[in-house]
Ligand binder design. Sequence first.
Ligand code: NDP
Ligand code: ZN
Length: 351
Amino acid sequence: MALNIRGFAAQSATTPLAPHSFERREPRADDVAIDILYCGVCHSDIHQARDEWGGSRYPMVPGHEIIGRVASVGAEVKGFKAGDLVGVGCMVDSCQHCEACHQGLEQYCVEGMVATYNSVDKKDGLPTFGGYSERIVVNDKFVLRIDPRLDAKAAAPLLCAGITTWSPLKHWNIGPGSKVAVVGLGGLGHMGLKFAKALGAEVTLFTRSPSKEDEARRLGADHVVLSTDEAQMKAVARRFDFILDTVPTRHDLNPYLATLALNGTHCLVGLVEPMDPPVHAANVIFGRRSIAGSLIGGIAETQEMLDFCAEHGIVSDVEMIRIQEINVAYERMLRSDVRYRFVIDLASLRD
Ligand code: NDP
Ligand code: ZN
């Protein structure tokens, strides 16, 4: 018998999110049923609710930065028990047998990972629904342990903003001696600053918002560059080994490429199609620079990041909202007015 769940959903690309009841599957033997406490609000939720990437499915219940307590576990689940504090990020399944899955890189599964929402379950073909809701049912391989030392509210964004910035920093071997720049101080950007600093890098923020300068330094930036100021951009020419670009709208990469040192990498995590204007080949050829991209992170790596956060006392800076405030939160994010992640308290669903 399916479970009846309350949540908030978009019914189309142009309708605001509103209360919505829907069904989730009865937990299978390898499933964990989780009562959701908190869910972070990612810019990907806006992109997908508004069909900015194409192929959105409605009704859509967004949300992939989920923290909750285990309500029950299936007969075969060994790693979790009722009452455990757990997290669910951007994916809830993958094929488990391709080369990427074997490497613990389920996000690059050749058959396609199953996203937490706006996707289809591999076994029953039913749509997946995300964390703007009271309960979720997830295969145990995609459930993360949350150390009780972490503040549960502020840990929610680690499940997407955290892992999406951690994974490329680790992949590109960022550490002491690295010069890293983060573009954009929003949800991902502020975690990028915290992690790059914690890993020992010299950290710079590129921002369009002069008002964020002081806070950027508090969050880990050694330097702040106003990206709209040509003189400031010229002053950092050929400086960085690695740029983590979190911008969620079309923007010109060329001025940033010019700030990369020899062999430097500009890594896109902000997901916008198509990129525009074009990249000038000379900006990558001179200096043997690379443009790269990175998608969230694998499950083992997400657990490693969460454990690192517990060890080092790292969480997100969050602004708590009630679910009824979600549409206002989206508008504020579009104005870059978020310090630095909205997190929904799902207790408000009962209001
Ligand atoms: P936020 O809205 O929280 O932050 C984005 C920040 O980018 C803003 O605060 C602003 O910072 C800056 N910005 C916004 N517009 C522009 C612009 N036109 N030019 C330059 N800078 C701009 O977004 P998130 O951090 O939640 O997400 C960022 C992007 O990352 C989204 O596209 C999202 O879909 C994507 N994403 C990708 C993932 C992946 O796996 N690759 C996973 C999760 C998200 P400032 O005021 O400092 O300029
Ligand atoms: Zn996200």
